[in-house]
Structure formats: C-alpha cells, structure tokens
Design a protein around this ligand. Sequence first.
Ligand code: ZN
Length: 368
Amino acid sequence: MLLPQLLEDFFQKVLVALGEYEMSQEKKSFVCKCCGNDTKFIWKTRHGKATTILTWFRYITLKQLQVECKGCGSKQYITRALLGMEPRKRIPEETLRKLALMGALTSYRVSEKFGKMFGWAIDKMTIWKSVQQVGAGMDFVLDENEEPRCEADGTGVGITGIAKRGKELKVLVQYKKSGGIRVAGIDIGNYNGSWDKLLQKSIGVIKKFKEPFLLTAGGDISIFESLKGKVTVLVQRCLWHIPYQAQYVLWSDGVKRKSGEWLHIVAELMEICAIRSLVDCPDTIKAMIGSKKARLEKVIVYCRKKGFKRCVIYLENVRGDMFTALENRLEGKTTSRVARLFRTVNMRVNVRKWSTEGALNVTKVRLA
Ligand SMILES: [Zn+2]
C-alpha cells in the first residue's frame, strides 16, 4: 500500500522539477497549441487536476502541470508533453508495447497473473487491448537492405466459429544478410486465397533490388499470381515451374521459340526437373540428384557458350535450392524457415479461440 504512494510522490516531484527546469529555459520543449509560441509562458499550477497514467510499474495518479501562454493567453497542460506522451493518452507507447509483447507470449490470464505477482494492477482486458492496438498498428514489408530472397508459406489457424484450422495464416519471411530471417509480410485469409494483400505492399521494394528477387513458395502457385506483370520474381522449389520460367528467360535472351537451341535447353530442363516419385532408397535418390546436378551444369555451360546471359543467371540462381525437398526427404526433416516459425505462432494461437483480427494481431506482435 505504501509503494504506490511513494511511487506517485516520486513521479510528481521529478515531474515538477522537470517543469521548473523547462520554464527556466529560453526555448521550451513544448509549444503553445494556439499560437505556436515556445518561449514565453507563466505557471498556472504545479498541482492541478489529477490524471492517471500507466507507467512501467503500475497506474499512478499525478497532479497536472498547467502553464499560460504569454503570447495569446491560452492555458494548457504540459504533463504529458514532459513525459513524452501523446495528449490525452493513458498508456505511454513503451508500456503499451511491453504489455502487448507479454500478451503475445502467453495467455492473457497468465499475463495478468504475472503482473499481479510483481505488483502490477493490470487486468487482462488492458493486456488484450494492448495486443490489439499494437498489432493493428504494425505493418511488415520487405527491407531493401536485406537479401532479395524470400520464403512464403501458409498454415492453418483455429478461428472462433469456424471449423478447426479454417483460416490460413500467410507469412512471408525475408533472408537477412546476417543469416537470420525477418518477417516481411503477414495476413490471415481463406485457404488458397490470393497473396495480393500481403505482397502488394512490397512491390516497390522488390523493384529496388539489383539482383533478381527470389521467392521460395511452399507449392502455392497463387503466391506468384499477385505479382505477375508487376515485378520480375523468380519462384523456386516448385520444379514444375522451372522449364516454363526458363522459356520466359530464353525469350528475354532473344532465343527463338522451338529453335534447335531452345528445344535442347527446354528438353534438358524438363528431364532434370522431372522427379520420379516413390523412389524411397536414399542411395538411389542421392545418385539421382548427383546426375541431375551434373546435367544441369552442362546446360549452364551450354547457355554461357551461346551467350544466353539471362538464362545462365536464372539457372545459377535456381540450382542451389532445386533439390532441397528431395534432399530433405533423405534427412527426414524440413529446412523451411517458415515452418519453424509457424510452430512458434501456433503455440500462442492454440491457447484460446480467436477472431480473425485477434489472431492476426497477436501473431504480428509475436513475430515482430
Ligand atoms: Zn499562445
């Protein structure tokens, strides 16, 4: 019972001292909202009307500091300005973000419990609101200073009123130069829905990359659809696409369709990309990959000799990840960075039932 009072007294004293300091300065850190004057003020009160704010520690009630502008005579409170808070807000941005992160890491009920253990009188509704507010204000886009390589995938999430796993959480992660990953896009929508909303925001950034933009898709062709015609994106992993994308690249290299060179390259790629299913002998798979890789190298050498520059760049870009799936079947695990991230998200989303917006917001905060 004593601590909150001491805390309030402490805050009030520091606040008044800060106010006195500001008033002694020629130029103030606050301005008159009416006339823009930032030099001439007189005190109205140092202990005015009470106001409540949520500090990192708990709610505290402070007596407002009020000044009068000598320029126009209007009165204004300077409490929040001195504390670096927005006008009329009860929760400072810093506190809001901490509460939101807490609510994204564990259930709202547990968050409330933790707070109470350390003397916070924060109810779970406030934590819930913080998650919603912070999450709704978050936006993820590609970073032009990181790698022009992304992975896109979707996973089901449980949403209230809809059959389990009725909606799909779509996430775009970007590879960082440091080797890690960052979230570059996130949305919740219907299964097989388009990736438009998520990718649209990043089109401007994709255009800025000097190297071709590489998108590894979890087999979803519609990921590519929303970017078609707007930017050049190379979708990877789905081997079915490679011979077709190669045809586009050959066309941009000026290679005549169905010419001898064209037929040779396309036919080779068709064969390289055709993976026989139901081969379950690890040694056979290893030998298959080895042979396919050697064959691909020959195609690259051929293209280079012929001067098909774009085709060479394209094949060199895709070759690294072409057989990832096949190789992983050998090891019996996935290397998808998104898949790992989804497990983290599901740990939180599985704790309760969610509305679409609620699930999206909590996921945004968690991933940020
Ligand atoms: Zn004024």
